[in-house]
Ligand binder design. Structure first.
Ligand code: ATP
Length: 864
C-alpha cells in the first residue's frame, strides 16, 4: 500500500512495519572487547621488560622473584583493566547519547520521532542541516542539495529533484524536501557499508600526548641509567643477579607507568561528570581545553534566550496592533486601539496573516490542555498570531514552490495559488525585505512606497528592535504565472511583526560568572543590531561597539583584531563570518569556545578550540562538527562545563605532581644508597608493588577531587602553561628528597637488626609516606583544613585499601614470601609514624601561611 504524501502512514501500519523490518539502526561497530582491553594492559614497554625480567630471574634460579614480578604484573593488569573498562564504557555511553530525530508525517500529522522508528513507506521531511535518516525517493524537492561525500566520496553537493533518491547518512546542505522511505537501517545503501563506531573520537588529547611523551622519555632515560649502573656494578665485581635486580628496580622507580592511563581515566570520568551538567563532550580534548577557554562567542536565539517566541506587536502602514497571550497557545487576540480585530474585518491585517501562514512550515497541535509547536519558533509564533486573528488556514497544497530561508538570505518566499491567482509571499529580516518592496499595503490596497512612508516604517522597525523585539517583515506580490523568480523584487510591504523571546533566567548569573572567571563573552547574531544590543543589556553584557555584517565584511584582518580587543557585539552576521572572527581571536592568542547550530556554522565550530553545538535545536551537521554538545541548548551550561574543565585540568596537575614526587623519593633512596654502597634498599618487586599496585588507585582518586573554592574567580590558565611548572618541580624535588632520605634513615637505623627487617621497614615507610603525602597534593594552594579532610571520600577509600594492602604485604605469609618482607613491630611503626608526620603537617602549615598572606594582600589591594 502506498500512502498519500499528505497523510503518510497510519501509526498502526507503521508499528506493523517496524515489527517486520526492525529498527532503523546501523549495525554497531565492534566495541573494544574486554579481552582486548585486558591484553592491552600487558603491551607497554615496561610490562614487556618486566616479563622478560621475570624470565631471566627464573633462568637464574630466582623463582620467588620471578613469581613476585609476575604477580605484580598481573595485579597491575587487573587494576588497569578495571579502570580502563570503566572509562571505555563511560565514553561509549556518551557516544550514544545524542540520538537523531526525524520529522515524519503519520495519520496526516507531522511529528518528531526518534530516527530509529522510521519504517519504509514513511513520509519524511528533511531540511538544511539534517542528516538524511533513511533511504528515500523524493516526492517534493525545494532547491535541495545533498552532500553525499559520506557515501560516494564526492565532496561537491548534488542537486536533487522530485523523483530522485536521497540516501541515508548523506547531508542536506540546502533546501527542503519530502520523501518516501524506501529502505531503513542495514538495508539502506549506507547501512550496507557503514558501521557505527558509537564512541567518542579516539584521538588523543594534547595533554595525553604530552604526558605520554614525558612517560616515554622518562622510560628511555630510566633504561639507559639502569643499564649503565648495572654494567658499572658488574664491572667492579658485584654479583650479576644483584646488579640486574638493582638496575631493574631503578628503571621501575623512574618510569611513571600510571601517568597516561590515569589521565585518560580522569578525562573520561570528567566527561561523565559534564553530562550530569548537561554538557556532552564529543571529544576528550574538549574536557581539557575548556579549562583554558578565554573567550566564548555565543549566538543569541535559543542560547541566551529561550527560543520561545511570541508575537506581541504588529505594525502596518495603517497603524499599530497589540497582541495578547503568551507561548504557542492561541487563546489571545489582536487589538487595535483597544478594540479586538479579526482577519475578516480588516483586509490589510487579513493579507498579513495569510502571508504569515502560507510562508511558513510550522504547525500547531493541541496536546491535552497544551499546545505543541512543530517547526521553527519564529514561524510557530507567526502561526499562533494568525490563529489569534482568526485567519483562515490555507489549503494543504496551497504552496507551489519556495525560495527557502537561509541565514545568508535572511528571508524566504513561497509561491501559492489563491483566490486572486498566483501570489509570492515573502517574510524575513526587515532590511532585505524592505529593500525589495516598491509598494506598501494601505487601507484601500497597495500604494507606492515613498520616501516619507519608508522612513516612517524604518523608524517603527528601529523602535521595535531597540525594545528587544525580533522583527519579521512580511510582504507579497501578485504574479501572472507560476514561475519562481531568482530573487524577490517588486514586493508590496504588508507589515512588521515584533516577537519577544525572553532571555533565559540562568544567563545573567552565568555571564557574571564568566566575567569573574576572566572569560569574555562575545555575542554574534544573525539578528538586528538594535535587538541584539537590547537583549545583550538584559543579560548583563555592555557592548561598547556594535559591528554589523556589512561593516565586518569591509574590515581588514588587522582592524578586526583591533576591534576584538574592545567589548564588541556582532549583528546581522552571516555564518561564514564566524570563521573569520574565530581566526582573528586565535591570532591574538585567545582560546575560543564558539557556539553554532546551522550547517554553515560547521567550519567555525571545527576551527574554534571548543566548538559548541546545540543538542536540541542544532542541526546534525553542527553537532558532528562540535567538540561539546549542550543537551539543554543553554549558555549557562557552557560555564558549568568550563568549571568542570578547570577542575579536571587542575586535578591532572595534582596527580602528575603526586605520582612524580612518589617516584622521586624512590629514586633518591635508590641512588643515594648505591653511592653509599649498602645492600639494596628496595627490591625490584617491592618497587613494582609501590608503583603499580598502590599508586595508581590513589592518583585516580586524586583526579576526582572537587573543584577548589575560588576556582572560577581566577583568569583562565595561559595556553602555554606547562603541566608541571617551577612550583611543581620544586614540590617534587622537596618531597622526593625528604621521603628518600627518611626511608634511607630508617633502613640504615634498622640494618644492624637484619637486612630483611630494615628493608621491610623502609619499603613500608615509603608506601606510608607516599600515601600520606597525597594530602599535600589535594589542593595546589589551600590546606586541607580549608577544603575539608573528608571532602574526597574516594581518596580516603583508596588510602584505606592501599594501606590495608601494605599490611598484607608485611603480615600475610604468601605476600611475605613473594615480596621478601618481615612483620614489623611497634618500634618500627613508631619510627615510620614519626617521620611521616611532617609530610602532612609541614605542607599544611606552609599552605595556611601562604593562603593568609594572599588574603591580606588581596584585602589591601581592595581597601584603597
Ligand atoms: P542567532 O544567530 O543569534 O541565532 P537568528 O536566529 O536571528 O540569531 P538567523 O537564523 O541567521 O539568526 O536569522 C536572521 C534573521 O532572519 C532573523 O533576525 C529574522 O529576521 C530572519 N528570520 C529568521 N528565521 C526566519 C524564517 N524562518 N523566515 C524568514 N525570516 C527569518
Amino acid at each position: 500500500m502506498t500512502p498519500d504524501r499528505s497523510l503518510g502512514l497510519t501509526q498502526a501500519e507503521a508499528c506493523i512495519r517496524l515489527a517486520r523490518v526492525g529498527a532503523n539502526r546501523l549495525a554497531e561497530g565492534p566495541r573494544v572487547s574486554p579481552a582486548v582491553i585486558f591484553l592491552r594492559q600487558f603491551a607497554g614497554l615496561l610490562v614487556v621488560i618486566l616479563i622478560v625480567a621475570a624470565a631471566i630471574a627464573l633462568a637464574l634460579g630466582e623463582r620467588t622473584d620471578a613469581l613476585a614480578i609476575m604477580v605484580v604484573v598481573i595485579l597491575n593488569g587487573v587494576l588497569g583493566f578495571v579502570q580502563e573498562w570503566r572509562a571505555e564504557t563511560a565514553l561509549a555511553a556518551l557516544g550514544r547519547m545524542v540520538a537523531s530525530v526525524a520529522r515524519v508525517r503519520r495519520d496526516g500529522e507531522e511529528r518528531q520521532l526518534p530516527a530509529q522508528e522510521i519504517v519504509p513507506g514513511d513520509v519524511v521531511i528533511v531540511e538544511t542541516g539534517d542528516r538524511v535518516p533513511a533511504d528515500m525517493d523524493l516526492l517534493l524537492a525545494v532547491q535541495i542539495k545533498a552532500d553525499e561525500s559520506a557515501l560516494t566520496g564526492e565532496s561537491v553537493p548534488v542537486t536533487k529533484e522530485a523523483g530522485d533518491p536521497l540516501f541515508m547518512g548523506t547531508i542536506v546542505v540546502a533546501g527542503r524536501a519530502e520523501g518516501m522511505v524506501t529502505a531503513t537501517g542495514t538495508r539502506s545503501r549506507f547501512g550496507k557499508i557503514a558501521i557505527l563506531t558509537g564512541s567518542v573520537g579516539p584521538k588523543r588529547t594534547p595533554l595525553q600526548r604530552q604526558l605520554g611523551r614525558l612517560a616515554r622519555q622518562m622510560g628511555l632515560a630510566a633504561l639507559c641509567v639502569a643499564a649503565l649502573i648495572g654494567m658499572l656494578g658488574v664491572s667492579v665485581g658485584k654479583p650479576l643477579t644483584e646488579m640486574f635486580m638493582t638496575a631493574l628496580s631503578l628503571a621501575v622507580a623512574i618510569v611513571p607507568e600510571g601517568l597516561p592511563v590515569v589521565v585518560t581515566i580522569t578525562l573520561a570520568l570528567g566527561a561523565q561528570a559534564m553530562v550530569r551538567q548537561k554538557a556532552l563532550a564529543r571529544r576528550l580534548q574538549a574536557v581539557e581545553t575548556l579549562g583554558a577557554a578565554s573567550v566564548i562567542c555565543t549566538d543569541k536565539t535559543g542560547t541566551l534566550t529561550e527560543d520561545r517566541m511570541t508575537a506581541v506587536q504588529v505594525v502596518m502602514a495603517a497603524g499599530r496592533y497589540d497582541v495578547t497571550g503568551t507561548g504557542y497557545d492561541p487563546t489571545g487576540h489582536i487589538a487595535r486601539a483597544g478594540r479586538r480585530v479579526r482577519a475578516d474585518c480588516d483586509t490589510a491585517l487579513g493579507a498579513l496573516l495569510e502571508t504569515a501562514l502560507v510562508c511558513n512550515h510550522a504547525r500547531l497541535r493541541r496536546a491535552g490542555d497544551d499546545w505543541q509547536m512543530l517547526g521553527e519558533p519564529t514561524e510557530g509564533a507567526l502561526v499562533t498570531l494568525a490563529y489569534k486573528g482568526w485567519a483562515p488556514l490555507p489549503g494543504r497544497n496551497a504552496a507551489l514552490a519556495e525560495l527557502p530561508f537561509s541565514s545568508e538570505r535572511k528571508r524566504m518566499s513561497v509561491l501559492a495559488l489563491g483566490p486572486e491567482g498566483y501570489v509570492l509571499h515573502t517574510k524575513g529580516a526587515p532590511e532585505p525585505v524592505l529593500a525589495r518592496c516598491t509598494h506598501v499595503m494601505g487601507v484601500s490596497g497597495p500604494e507606492p512606497l515613498e520616501g516619507a512612508v519608508r522612513a516612517g516604517l524604518q523608524a517603527e522597525y528601529e523602535r521595535m528592535a531597540s525594545n528587544g523585539l525580533r522583527v519579521i517583515a512580511l510582504a507579497r506580490r501578485r504574479q501572472q504565472d507560476m514561475r519562481l523568480p531568482e530573487d524577490e523584487a517588486g514586493l508590496t510591504f504588508l507589515g512588521f511583526v515584533g516577537l519577544i523571546d525572553p532571555p533565559r533566567a540562568e544567563v545573567g548569573p552565568a555571564i557574571r560568572a564568566a566575567k569573574s572567571a576572566g572569560i569574555r563573552v562575545i555575542l554574534i547574531t544573525g539578528d538586528a543590531a538594535l535587538t541584539a544590543r537590547a537583549i545583550a543589556r538584559q543579560v548583563g553584557l555592555r557592548p561598547s561597539r556594535v559591528i554589523d555584517g556589512d561593516a565586518l565584511a569591509a574590515m581588514d584582518d588587522a582592524a578586526l583584531r583591533a576591534a576584538l580587543r574592545e567589548d564588541v557585539l556582532f549583528a546581522r552576521t552571516a555564518p561564514a563570518q564566524k570563521l573569520r572572527i574565530v581566526t582573528a581571536l586565535q591570532q591574538t592568542g585567545q582560546v575560543v569556545a564558539m557556539t553554532g547550530d546551522g550547517v554553515n556554522d560547521a567550519p567555525a565550530l571545527k576551527k574554534a578550540d571548543i566548538g559548541v553545538a546545540m543538542g536540541a535545536r542544532g542541526t546534525d551537521v553542527a553537532r558532528d562538527a562540535a567538540d561539546l554538545v549542550l543537551l539543554d541548548d543553554n549558555f549557562a551550561t557552557i560555564l558549568h562545563a568550563i568549571r568542570e574543565g578547570r577542575r579536571q585540568y587542575e586535578n591532572v596537575r595534582k596527580f602528575v605532581r603526586y605520582l612524580l614526587s612518589s617516584n622521586a623519593g624512590e629514586v633518591v633512596a635508590l641512588v643515594v644508597n648505591l653511592i653509599l654502597g649498602g645492600p639494596l634498599i628496595f627490591l625490584a618487586t617491592q618497587i613494582l608493588w609501590m608503583n603499580l599496585v598502590t599508586d595508581g588507585m590513589t592518583a585516580v582518586a586524586l583526579g576526582l577531587e572537587k573543584s577548589s573554592p575560588g576556582q572560577m574567580d581566577r583568569p583562565p590558565r595561559p595556553k602555554t602553561q606547562p603541566i608541571l611548572g617551577k612550583g611543581g618541580v620544586l614540590a617534587i624535588l622537596g618531597f622526593g628528597a625528604y621521603t628518600g632520605t627518611a626511608s634511607l634513615w630508617i633502613f640504615y637505623s634498622l640494618l644492624p637488626m637484619g637486612e630483611d627487617l630494615a628493608r621491610s621497614a623502609a619499603f613500608t615507610a615509603m608506601v606510608v609516606f607516599e600515601k600520606l603525602s597525597v594530602f599535600a597534593f589535594r589542593s595546589l594552594h589551600l590546606p586541607c583544613t580549608r577544603i575539608g579532610w573528608f571532602s574526597n571520600p574516594l581518596l580516603l577509600v583508596a588510602l584505606t585499601i592501599t594501606l590495608a594492602a601494605q599490611m598484607a604485604a608485611i603480615y600475610w605469609t604468601p605476600l611475605q614470601v613473594l615480596l621478601q618482607t618481615q612483620a614489623l613491630g611497634w618500634a618500627e611503626w613508631r619510627l615510620i609514624a614519626a617521620l611521616a608526620l611532617p609530610l602532612v603537617v609541614v605542607p599544611e602549615l606552609a599552605k595556611a601561611v601562604a593562603a593568609r598572606h594572599v588574603q591580606t594582600r588581596n584585602s589591601k589591594v581592595r581597601r584603597p
